[in-house]
Ligand binder design. Structure first.
Ligand SMILES: Nc1nc2c(c(=O)[nH]1)N=C([C@H](O)[C@H](O)COP(=O)(O)OP(=O)(O)OP(=O)(O)O)CN2
Length: 329
């Protein structure tokens, strides 16, 4: 099986800047995905962010906007990487390894729905609701946060506190249908739209972009791993995120049921949760990359394209199973 592994790590810095008249401060946070060992990536990213910590960004850059900052961070990292910079709650920019930048806005709405085509007895066939999270991404050269916000407002007004099934085009409001529908509706207002992500629950969602549809389902497990060569152990609350890509099944309106993905993963989950991972038969390394590889060799689904294995909320390994397609997103 072709695989491509990247590590992901996060760091931050506190800094002041003035983009208009009023100087103000930010808690910036930066995520990097790169083909570096996790400890190296953490150390490099931490050092680069430390260089900007408690600094007046206007003394360092003539225009310290988010795009300038993320390009500076990418150049200082000095290895091909995909970066995401969050400059304020709910907004930031991403830069992929090819240098393409996207502005993003994280927003959401609260609404009711049911899924009319699920099998008899399925929990999602009942009227229920969610606080849906939505992340909108647009070409940063053509659109900024204000343009994203302006395009989003009429849709928010339509969706907020509504029953999605009553809206034309959302008669079967799965995450996947919603992501595609939002992408179409937003693109009509903002041609620079690049992607829409829908966070239906805290553990599941979908993304639509120029590569098509991808869904994810997450689970956490608690496990011990060797810490040093003295025989000591440590432990982590791991997060495993399974990504599936494919077309919408015309009958159900989804790529694959989140619940089914979780159920299929359950036997492997049972081997991980509340265990010492070095005792798993056949496991090699017990760092995040080693655990991700173990999962890939013990869990097969035709639509599975990526496995994220994080040892905390931010740091870990991302394993692509299709030889690197979509390797930076
Ligand atoms: N591919 C899809 N599968 C499912 C969708 C969907 O939109 N696309 N929607 C649902 C339900 O609406 C449900 O509310 C969310 O599903 P699920 O992740 O199974 O929800 P749980 O809260 O039970 O998940 P936990 O694992 O307990 O977090 C179903 N499937």
């Amino acid at each position: 099986m072709l695989m491509r592994m990247l590590h992901i790590a996060k760091a931050g810095f506190e800094a002041a800047r003035s983009l208009s008249a009023i100087p103000h401060g930010h808690s910036f946070s930066v995520t990097a995905k790169a083909d570096l060992p996790l400890a190296d990536l953490r150390a490099r990213l931490g050092a680069i962010c430390a260089g900007l910590d408690y600094c007046d960004l206007n003394t360092r850059f003539s225009c310290p906007d988010d795009l300038t900052l993320i390009r500076h961070l990418a150049s200082d990292l000095a290895v091909p990487a995909a970066l995401s910079l969050r400059s304020a709650p709910g907004r930031g920019v991403e830069l992929d390894a090819e240098g393409q930048a996207r502005a993003w806005l994280k927003t959401g709405f609260e609404a009711a729905h049911w899924l009319p085509h699920v099998p008899e007895g399925h929990q999602c066939g009942r009227l229920h609701g969610h606080g849906f999270g939505v992340r909108l991404l647009a070409d940063a050269g053509l659109a900024d946060y204000a343009a994203l916000e302006k395009a989003w407002q009429p849709l928010h007004a339509l969706l907020q506190h509504g029953t999605l099934n009553r809206i034309a085009g959302l008669e079967n409001p799965t995450s996947e249908v919603l992501a595609c529908w939002l992408f179409d509706a937003l693109s009509a207002r903002l041609p620079a739209m690049a992607a829409v992500e829908v966070f239906e629950t805290a553990t599941a969602g979908s993304r639509f972009d120029d590569q098509g549809l991808r869904i994810w389902k997450e689970q956490r497990f608690e496990a011990a791993v060797p810490f040093d060569d003295q025989g000591r152990y440590t432990g982590h609350s791991y997060l495993v995120r399974l990504h599936l890509a494919g077309d919408i099944d015309p009958e159900q309106g989804w790529v694959r049921d989140f619940g089914e993905v979780k159920a299929l993963f359950t036997p492997l989950y049972a081997r991980l949760d509340h265990h010492a991972l070095d005792q798993l038969p056949g496991i090699g390394a017990t760092d995040c990359a080693g655990i991700a590889r173990y999962l890939a060799t013990h869990f097969a689904l035709p639509q599975l394209v990526r496995i994220d294995l994080l040892e905390n909320d931010t740091d870990g390994a991302l394993l692509w199973l299709d030889g690197g397609r979509a390797c930076t997103r």
